[in-house]
Design a protein. Structure first.
Lengths: 666, 249, 228
């Protein structure tokens, strides 16, 4: 048996969570006052967990590196949140949401966790509405739903294109209530730099005050990480500039296994890179693929003409365009899942059909939708459907109503009017399915150390469906962790406050100070960004949308070499006792430089293609992902001093309630 | 490609007096965002061994509300309905001089250079910007109370506030009324918010006053500069709510 | 309720209420003054009534005085607090990009109107109070000994608009009052919480009022200046 015990309760799938809740230990309300919990990260997962634990009576200390908990990057999620409410009466159910999520994850997620996620999804919507989250409504006053990629029902709740923002502000409000009551002590502009493990249990953290540079010790009976994903290892991504892996990585170094780092979601509809100065990529909502048709020119000569400006894309004849998604996947067309759409775009661009200067962009064209809607409107209004100008005008109005804010955003960034000329899009790193390994209770391999939300690995397998990230973050924070953590803390009611003047805290603080001193006093010649950009290039070119053995091996050695160079030659201006963003960045990039290597190592080990992980060697004759039965397991890496020495553990995945099938979108 | 002169507020820490310092930058692409232009400057400063300009930023897609630059006399620069991170250099011309200053308000003390402390906003929210409902999994069904679409939409529009502080920065009085009224309005427009309406508005306004923000003189600058276009109607709604609450309480 | 004037919104509410009251007063004042252009006799009779009717003299006049004083004092209090809310200013501002000159300069326009009010008090109100309550002459006649001499109000009015400098100051004050009202009228409604489709309909009226009423006063002044 593996050393990984997932602690999945016995019994039928549908009863596991209820049974588990009935079986686990509880902490009585009077004793909760004696227990401290540290929560790092205040996004959907961390924020909702902090609020709920404080409501229950625990003393919570919450940490975020931003200047306010409201700014965590959950705020940028656009599309929506799934819940098996079946308000539309279209046959949705807990089982269907479970099924779609497991299938969407390419059968690489844990059945019991996903089922629980689907089960509590409905509570999330109830809770959020009670908190005053202004979801979109129909004229009858009831909640509206929209549909998202990869599923056959309409179960996505949304608040225009700002669902993440509204949900996060809901959790933030719940936190504020507890901060006002003194049950949460909030530490903003603080970055966690180590976990303190005492007698094998997580008992505190070392944090740096980003304003003053002070190193602080904070103790608690349990530590929860809701610190998000590590997509910024790619430098360019849709993540916030500050998103980082540091908290998770420090936990990893203290004994928490890191799972499936190679599972990364590359979102197909992002605004392409415009030049070397680019710091960040912007996502255009997946909903655009409902009406936009994706294409590149059929002939290289037209590609050349478009690139040098002598041909406008709108002037290219229909028969000279290659609507490659519609060609390759007639059944799903432009609405294939994210991983499939992204790879197809890469395939065309690699073949030389990219339509911008960098050769890394495809068109997302709304002309057909404008014409279709325009004709519809003209017909409804009894106007001339053959009047081209009128039809275009009416069609643009419909498109503006649906996607106006996205079109405006595009125009602001690219300076082209997407109503007149097709949008240019290209895939970008967007989400990481991998993360710290957790059991059914969301506890890592370090007792008392929990990981929730994107920071853990558990629910999305190898690919996440749209509108499921928000669901998972809130499910973990509001409805799962508050129960499961009690089971652990029930043993700590007589422990009393954890002292911070112990040798374990001394050692951890010394280590943090040592790392910082090394960076500040390095006095090299190159900036932190210099190394981060180079790491990003390696990651994108060799561990990106398609990977192969040679590239991955190269990546491993290149990243190791880059790391060595970083420590030799990085220059961090300023000192450690002031606000010093370069220093904070340096620490984060140092961790990315280690994670990146493990990422490549994991991708190399996984000799199959599944979801966001595509290996050139493992594809079908038609270029589709080839999953392999012998890789039906979770990889969990144990830290042993160097990424190259990480020890591989496996948790095998069993599917008893769902048939493992090929994913086909043809 | 553009060459520009930047006039940037430099202040070592909260106690430093601070001053405007001139920096020339060259070869700026019009496709860069304003913050990417500052990245270029900072890389140059770092290469020269000088201290880079500290400025707040995070999501760089206009939603987190972190960036907070007063550019050429306007919050988030010359365009409207965007944040500084969404401002692109094509809005400027070769040879321009650009002033870059932090938000200015007594309630937003400078932390360093262009970074200010906006925790006063958090404290206002902590005073009442919430609905007191515990997480239980047993709240009533989300569709139990229908809400008129018009009100739901208005509540959403108010709720889109990103808490950046452009309203305070633009207001000649450093008033936070638009920010506070957005949250008060969101809840005032929803049935769930009614229960605590009286205390909420009284407590939030009291906290707002205690933080040292100025009074609203209805100049409307906040509405014009708000990246999310939060309407002045929210301020009127908060005034109503506040007056009703005062006479009641 | 008792502490309402300690809050920013309460102060603005009180400011708006006093403003609305003063705007009603101003309209009333204008209505009477314009009579002087059309009919000196009617003007005299109405003036005499206003100057002697006890409700106006002992109830409304003190309220008015309180309203005026309150509006000015509170205006300065608010401005002081606003000034205090930003202790370090901007090196560069482009305020005209997001707000009107009128809205930003209520203190300036208000201060000029205050200066005018002081002049106005010295010109009319103090002599009036002196005549009526110190000297004890409530007859309103040019010559109290002679009932045939006629009311003095029209004569006094005409006399004051004789000197061009005074007329100039008067005109300037009303231009600034107009600017004050162009912002203040709608602002008062916003401050009491009225911003809806009705107040939006009021915007047109507010312009007519803010320009029309001060312009009317100016016309009256110029009329008397040039016709006498």
């Amino acid at each position: 048996m593996s050393i990984l015990d997932s602690k999945i309760p016995e019994g039928p799938l549908a009863d596991k969570w209820t049974k588990h809740k009935n079986d686990i230990n509880l902490v009585n309300p009077a004793n909760k006052r004696l227990i401290d919990v540290i929560i790092v990260g205040t996004g959907l997962a961390g924020g909702s967990a902090a609020a709920t634990l404080a409501e229950l009576g625990y003393n919570v200390k919450a940490f975020c590196f931003q200047d306010s908990p409201r700014r965590a990057h959950s705020i940028a999620a656009q599309g929506g949140i799934n819940a098996a409410k079946n308000y539309q009466g279209d046959g949705d159910s807990t089982y269907r949401l479970f099924y779609d999520t497991v299938k969407g994850g390419d059968y690489r997620s844990r059945e019991a966790n996903v089922y629980r996620l689907a089960e509590v999804s409905t509570n999330i919507i109830d809770q959020c509405v009670a908190q005053g989250v202004p979801f979109a409504r129909e004229y009858g006053g009831l909640l509206d739903n929209r549909s998202f990629g990869g599923v056959l029902v309409s179960r996505t709740f949304y608040a225009k294109g700002q669902t993440g923002q509204q949900l996060l502000l809901g959790a933030y409000a719940a936190m504020n209530r507890q901060i006002g009551r003194g049950k949460i002590k909030m530490y903003t502009r603080h970055e966690m730099l180590d976990v303190v493990v005492v007698d094998g249990k997580a008992r505190g953290i070392i944090a740096r005050n980003l304003v003053t540079g002070e190193i602080e010790r904070h103790s608690a009976h349990a530590v929860v990480l809701g610190t998000g994903g590590y997509g910024n290892a790619f430098y360019l991504s849709t993540y916030a500039m500050g998103s980082n892996v540091t908290a998770a990585w420090k936990a990893h170094k203290r004994g928490a296994f890191f799972s499936n780092p190679c599972y990364t979601q590359i979102h197909p509809t992002c605004i392409p890179v415009s030049g070397d100065h680019q710091s960040k990529l912007t996502l255009m909502s997946e909903s655009l693929r409902n009406d936009g048709r994706i294409w590149v020119p059929k002939h290289k000569k037209d590609v050349e003409a478009i690139r040098n400006g002598s041909l406008k894309p709108t002037d290219l004849a229909e028969e000279d365009r290659d609507y490659y998604l519609e060609r390759r996947y007639p059944a799903f067309g432009n609405l294939v899942p994210r991983d499939v759409a992204s790879r197809a775009a890469k395939e065309r661009c690699d073949a030389g059909y990219g339509v911008n200067q960098t050769g890394e962009a495809v068109y997302l064209d709304f002309a057909a939708a404008i014409e279709r809607y325009g004709k519809e409107q003209a017909y409804v209004k009894g106007l001339n459907v053959d009047d081209k100008a009128l039809v275009t005008k009416l069609g643009k109005e419909v498109v503006e109503n649906k996607y106006g804010n996205l079109f405006q955003m595009y125009e602001k960034i690219v300076d082209q009017n997407p109503y007149e000329t097709p949008m240019m899009i290209y895939p970008a790193v967007h989400y990481t399915m991998g993360g710290l390994w957790v059991d059914y209770n969301l506890m890592t391999t370090v007792p008392g150390l929990y990981a929730i939300g994107e920071a853990n690995f558990s629910d999305h397998g190898a690919n996440r469906l749209g509108a499921s990230a928000l669901m998972q973050g809130l499910a973990d924070g509001y409805f799962v962790l508050p129960y499961t953590i009690g089971d652990y803390l029930a043993h700590d009611i007589r422990t009393g406050p954890i002292p911070t003047d112990t040798k374990e805290f001394d050692e951890a603080e010394q280590k943090v100070r040592g790392d910082i001193d090394k960076l500040v006093n390095n006095k090299g010649t190159k900036s932190v960004d210099h190394f981060h950009k180079r790491l990003g290039k390696i990651m994108w070119n060799k561990c990106g949308m398609a990977r192969n053995e040679k590239d991955l091996k190269d990546a491993i050695s290149e990243i190791a070499a880059l790391r060595e160079e970083f420590y030799k030659d990085v220059f961090v201006p300023g000192t450690d006792n002031e606000y010093n963003e370069e220093l904070a960045k340096a620490g984060r990039v140092a961790d990315f430089l280690e994670l990146g290597e493990l990422f490549a190592k994991d991708a190399l080990e996984r000799e199959e293609s599944a979801g966001g992980h595509f290996r050139d060697e493992y594809q079908t004759e038609t270029g589709e992902a080839m999953r392999r039965k012998e890789f039906q397991y979770v990889s969990a890496w144990e830290y042993k001093g160097q990424p190259s020495e990480a020890v591989h553990h496996k948790e095998s995945l069993e599917y008893k309630n769902i048939e493992v099938k090929e994913r086909s979108y043809k | 490609m553009m060459n520009l002169t930047l006039k940037i507020w430099r202040q070592k820490d909260a106690n430093d007096k601070g001053q405007i310092v001139d920096y020339p930058v060259s070869d700026i692409s019009p496709d860069m965002s304003f913050l990417e232009m500052l990245d270029v400057l900072n890389q140059e400063l770092i290469e020269k061994g000088e201290s880079p300009v500290a400025f707040d930023h995070d999501c760089r897609e206009g939603i987190c509300g972190t960036c907070s630059l007063y550019i050429n006399g306007r919050a988030h620069g010359p365009s409207t309905k965007i944040t500084a991170c969404q401002l692109h250099m094509r809005s400027f011309n070769d040879g321009d001089t650009i002033y870059i200053e932090p938000w200015r308000a007594k309630a937003f003390p400078v932390v360093k250079d262009l970074i200010v402390d906006r925790s006063s906003f958090d404290r206002i929210q902590q005073a009442g910007g919430f609905i007191s409902v515990n997480t239980s999994g047993n709240t009533q069904d989300a569709n139990a109370i229908p809400i008129e679409k018009h009100n739901a939409d208005m509540a959403f529009d108010a709720a889109t506030c990103i808490g950046c502080g452009a309203c305070v920065a633009s207001c000649k009085n450093s008033s936070a009324m638009l920010f506070v009224s957005a949250k008060v309005s969101q809840f005032a427009l929803l049935p769930q918010g009614q229960v605590e309406a009286t205390d909420r508005v009284l407590n939030m306004v009291k906290q707002m006053d205690d933080e040292g923000f100025g009074n609203c003189t209805n100049t409307g600058a906040c509405e014009v500069e708000c990246p999310k276009g939060i309407s002045l109607e929210n301020i009127a709604r908060m005034n109503r709510e506040y007056l009703a609450a005062s006479f009641k309480g | 309720m008792s502490g309402i004037l300690n809050s920013s919104i309460g102060r603005k509410f009180a400011m708006a209420l006093s403003a609305l009251f003063l705007m009603v007063f101003l309209l009333q004042h204008f209505a009477i003054n314009i009579l002087s252009v059309f009919s000196p006799d009617t003007f005299n009779e109405v003036s005499h009534f206003m100057g002697t009717f006890w409700v106006i003299q002992y109830v409304l006049q003190p309220v008015l005085i309180f309203g005026v004083v309150f509006h000015f004092v509170m205006g300065f209090v608010l401005e002081y607090k606003n000034w205090n809310a930003r202790q370090v200013g901007y090196a560069k501002t482009s305020r005209s990009a997001n707000s009107t000159w009128m809205s930003r300069n209520m203190l300036l326009t208000g201060a000029v109107v205050l200066a005018f009010m002081i002049l106005h008090f010295i010109d009319f109100w103090i002599p009036e109070i002196n005549t009526k309550y110190i000297v004890g002459d409530t007859s309103g006649l040019i010559d109290p000994a002679n009932t045939e001499s006629g009311f003095r109000y029209y004569e006094e009015l005409v006399h004051k608009f004789h000197h061009p400098l005074r007329v100039g100051a008067y005109v300037l004050s009303f231009v600034l009052l107009s600017l004050h009202l162009l912002h203040g009228f709608n602002s008062a409604f916003q401050s009491v919480g009225a911003n809806n489709k009705y107040t939006k309909g009021l915007k047109g009226f507010s312009k007519v009022y803010a320009i029309g009423v001060p312009l009317g006063f100016v016309v009256i002044a110029l009329f008397h200046h040039f016709t006498h």
